[in-house]
Design a protein around this ligand. Structure first.
Ligand code: HEC
Length: 180
C-alpha cells in the first residue's frame, strides 16, 4: 500500500505549509488573531480529514486506527493527524490536550491551560479561548464529542482514565502555543 503511505505524508505536509502561512504577515497581526487563525485552520483540516477522507477511505476498506503504521488497511486517527502536523511545525506548538487524556503526554502543560479547559467545558458557547501564559501566548479551541463514536472509543481505550464520555461532552482542545 505504498500509495497510502505517500498520500498520508503529503496531506500532513500540505497542512503544515498552510498552517505556517499566517507568519508571512505576522507583523500586522496581534498574537490573538494569529492564534485564532491557526486554530481555525487546524480545525478545518481536522474536520475534512475526519469527515471526508476517513469516510472515503472506509469505502475502500481502509479504517482509521491508532496502530495504523502496522496495518496496511488503516490510516491515522484524526487526533494523530493533528499531532503529526504539529510535530512538523518548528515555529510554534500545535497539539491536542485534555483533562482526562488517553495519554499523560496530552495533559495540559500549565495550570492556566487546565483552567482554560475547565472554562471551555463550563461555557460550551465560548469555543475558543486565548491568553498569555508565562513567556507564551496560547489559544485553545474546544473539541467536543460530535459523534457517539468519539466517546465510545475513548471510553473503551485501556489507557483512558475516564470511561463515561458521552456525545456532546468536551473531550479536550486543540492547543496552539506561540512564543511571545
Ligand atoms: C478509534 C478511537 C478514537 C476515536 C473514534 C476518537 N479518538 Fe480521540 N483519541 C484517540 C487516541 C488513541 C488518542 C491519543 C492519541 C495520541 O496522543 O497519540 C486520542 C486523543 C484525543 C484527544 C487528546 C486528549 C486525549 O484524550 O488524549 C482529544 C481531545 C480527542 N482525542 C478527541 C476526540 C474527538 C472529539 C473525537 C471524535 C470526533 C475522537 N477523539 C475520536 C482515539 C480515538
Amino acid at each position: 500500500m505504498k500509495y497510502a503511505v505517500r498520500f498520508k505524508a503529503s496531506v500532513v505536509t500540505l497542512m503544515a505549509i498552510v498552517m505556517a502561512t499566517p507568519f508571512v504577515f505576522a507583523a500586522d497581526l496581534s498574537q490573538d488573531q494569529v492564534a485564532r487563525y491557526i486554530l481555525a485552520t487546524a480545525k478545518a483540516f481536522r474536520s475534512v480529514y475526519g469527515r471526508d477522507i476517513v469516510e472515503e477511505a472506509k469505502r475502500g476498506g481502509v479504517k482509521p486506527a491508532e496502530n495504523w503504521k502496522e496495518n496496511e488497511h488503516a490510516i491515522m486517527l484524526p487526533a494523530q493527524f493533528i499531532k503529526a502536523a504539529g510535530a512538523e511545525i518548528k515555529d510554534f506548538e500545535l497539539s491536542l490536550i485534555g483533562l482526562t487524556p488517553i495519554y499523560k503526554s496530552n495533559l495540559p502543560k500549565t495550570k492556566a491551560e487546565a483552567d482554560a479547559l475547565k472554562k471551555l467545558a463550563a461555557q460550551p458557547d465560548l469555543k475558543v479561548i486565548t491568553f498569555a501564559d508565562g513567556d507564551q501566548f496560547k489559544g485553545l479551541s474546544a473539541d467536543f464529542a460530535i459523534a457517539q463514536g468519539c466517546a465510545d472509543c475513548h471510553n473503551a481505550h485501556p489507557s483512558s482514565p475516564r470511561k463515561n464520555f458521552k456525545k456532546g461532552d468536551l473531550m479536550g482542545a486543540v492547543v496552539v502555543r506561540l512564543h511571545k
